[in-house]
Design a protein around this ligand. Sequence first.
Ligand code: GLC
Length: 421
Amino acid sequence: MTVTFLDPPWLHDSNTSTSGLSGSLRERRLILDAAFQEFTQRTGIRVKHLPTPESPQDQLALIRNLLQKGAVTPDVYDLDVIWPGILSEYLIDLKPYFTSELRSEAPEMLASYTVQGKVVGIPYRPYAGVLFYRTDLLRKYGYDRPPRTWDELEKMAFRIQKGERAKGEKDFWGFVWPGAAAEGLVCNALEWQVDEGGGRIIEDNGKISVNNPATIRAWERATRWVGWISPPSVTSYQELDAGNIFWISGRAAFFRGWATNEFLRNPPGVPFRDKAGVTSVPGGKTGRADTLGGFGLGVSRWSAHRPEAIKLVEFLTHREAQLEAVQSHSEIPSRPEAYELPTILKAYTRPGNQDEELAGKIVVRPSSITGKKYDDVAQAYIRALHSVLTRESKAPEAAAALEKKLVEITGFETETPPKEF
Ligand code: GLC
């Protein structure tokens, strides 16, 4: 008996390249392979592990296509937190099988995997948006902690960039982030907006809030970074491109990436691993926000091995919980050095570093409220913001045009400024 598992987060392992971040992430595949072996030993069920394409959009297209045509395999899917609303009709309700596990899940996470009362994914590996920083460079330039606000980040990034360039590192940049026209941009920009009190594009009450002065200011601020503390080509960086500059070539002081518990326990063996620190994303007027990302496990309604598929979901989520419990009591110092991390990252952090007031609050993309339309909403948002970052349009006009477009796509009403913030 074999259960087939389609697993977007492990796509990088399948890349043939051995250099750069994608090559080093290969190590992590070994960890999961060991878990599958243990599962097979215990249950006699084998696991066929399939990778996916790199971009979230291509991943979704592949998965949607398989489910729409009623493919009997894969049986288990690892689902991005923004997909449940789009795929729910093809996935079984897992609530009856996981009642006790679900009770201990963070509400924002559970909400993202619940569609009309049906739980279509069990949170497995939450990601939080974080800021990685170079501990050695902060120290060298006299900073005793990473930035808490964008103002602080700009100052530090600029000073370090100037200093490193003066020492001959001509291609050194203060801050790298994924600015390409892709889902990663929604995740980053949500943090910029929420920090300023600009809301979450579409609020939980179904009101479109994106066209407001705080959001416009946040977009304009990020546009100023391009060519100043961030490379001009940042607007074409995917997540791995930005990550490679920070982790592999060491040519940036700050990098907005993702952290998972798994990552904190087992950071990849990359050249700048021991010099890196990790903290919440900097904030603005209303505090700090870290976008929720990550994956949950769902079972296809077309699966011919439903009980076995559910067993695999149980096994993987329990194993993750056990690792967390062991790790949070362990004395092993974590790498990279953790500081003011968002609370969903439960893996070991150094005592004394954790001040919940100063840590970022988790924010979710508007995927539950927009359901099947999330993808169109995200694409419209990406197009509008990307045209601002590349200076093809001005933020106020782009936000106004986006608002109209979102009304067209969703049929929702507008609300500016957003009530929640
Ligand atoms: C990460 C996150 C996912 C997000 C994607 C964007 O994979 O886990 O939630 O959609 O990045 O690129």
